[in-house]
Design a protein around this ligand. Structure first.
Ligand code: COI
Length: 354
């Protein structure tokens, strides 16, 4: 066992890297050699350990399995032109992780320890960062209640884990989304702004129903009136209306997406007009029908930027203009990718080189 200043490191004896077609990857089913793990007990975090990726032991009475005290994050690392590796805006994910944790009564992870864990893990598994266009190393930090106890209260023990997956695109192409006016993702005062695992579990049934109707994802509306657009299944939503970029304003029912923030910043940097505001379902429908809605896309770490080719409203679907003719989404996608992959200046300090 090796010891860094902060963590114990147990290296795998046999890397699995040679079994993987690293340039031709699915999303989320190939896992790198190592994982980071750290336990919280007696009111503090123990020393973290980096160990071979693998199953974890868990009691059937672990509180997470009963009361859903679990949060997660998603971030990415990219191969750079000089062969190096850069994380994209990891501090933003780390901060959001602790915001999610606070909402779920979970202990804070020290930001520096979190960053060190990421760097050590990636250095050890640096060969797992792919190079092909559209691919990257997806990083999944998460935390859950590990105390063995039956009864509803915050757990006194937690496990914080990071594993990584070399990935290709999350969505294989454009998506058709259904404006959801029956089910709800997030209500005011709820956990919609947090990356709480339960938010995703609760979205499964409505999403499966939408899929059975021929859609790929849901475009969620507000819980109170189902009249305003909030976000899409695994992504924030951005629309191009009359040449302007418009995205639903953040609030406690919308996830503060790092890719969303990056795209809006980049758009302003490119001189585009950007609005973050309430977007009525009726406004969106009228814009889609009149042609004022020129482009629509989802933005997220996993999804990156995914074109929405059709929107299903009550009363029927509206097709957007053919994606091949769009100009704004490709410009923003290229701008973002060039920064992430080290092919352009990084005016906002988004790259953290290992
Ligand atoms: C991400 O974009 O990284 C996410 O966490 C979405 C996910 C549910 C795949």
């Amino acid at each position: 066992m090796m010891t860094t200043t902060l963590f114990d490191i147990q290296r795998t004896k046999t890397s699995r890297i040679t079994e993987v077609d690293i340039e031709n990857l699915p999303f989320g089913s190939v896992f790198s050699d190592h994982q980071f793990m750290m336990e919280f007990e007696n009111g503090k975090w123990n020393t973290g350990v980096i160990e071979p990726y693998g199953d974890m032991r868990l009691s059937p009475a672990a509180m997470v399995l009963h009361y859903g005290q679990a949060i997660f994050e998603g971030m990415k690392a990219f191969r750079q032109p000089d062969g190096g590796i850069a994380l994209f805006r990891p501090q933003d994910n780390i901060r959001r992780f602790n915001v999610s944790g606070e909402r779920m009564c979970m202990p804070k992870v020290d930001e520096e320890t979190f960053m060190e864990a990421l760097k050590e893990l990636l250095k050890l598994d640096s060969q797992w960062v792919p190079n092909a266009e559209g691919s990257s190393l997806y990083i999944r930090p998460f935390m859950f209640a590990s105390e063995v106890h039956v009864g509803v209260r915050p757990s006194a023990q937690y496990r914080f884990v990071i594993f990584t997956c070399p990935v290709g695109p999350y969505y294989k192409g454009n998506v058709r989304v259904k404006v959801e006016t029956e089910y709800t993702r997030a209500a005011p005062g709820g956990t919609g702004f947090a990356k709480a695992a339960g938010n995703y579990g609760a979205a499964l049934r409505p999403t499966e129903l939408a899929k059975a109707q021929g859609y790929d994802q849901i475009l969620w509306t507000d819980a109170v009136e189902h009249k305003y657009i909030e976000e899409s299944g695994t992504m924030n939503a951005v629309f191009v209306m009359d040449g302007k970029l418009v995205s639903p304003a953040l609030g406690d029912t919308v996830l503060n997406g790092v890719t969303r923030a990056s795209i809006l910043k980049l758009a302003r940097h490119f001189g585009l007009e950007v609005e973050e505001r309430r977007i009525g379902v009726s406004e969106l429908k009228a814009a889609a029908e009149s042609g004022a809605l020129q482009e629509a896309f989802g933005v997220g770490t996993a999804a990156t930027m995914t074109a929405i080719e059709a929107i299903g409203f009550v009363g029927g679907d509206v097709e957007l203009p053919p994606v091949e003719g769009w100009t704004i989404m490709p410009k923003l996608a290229k701008g973002l990718d060039d920064i992430r992959r080290g092919r352009a200046e990084d005016p906002f300090g988004w790259r953290i080189v290992l």
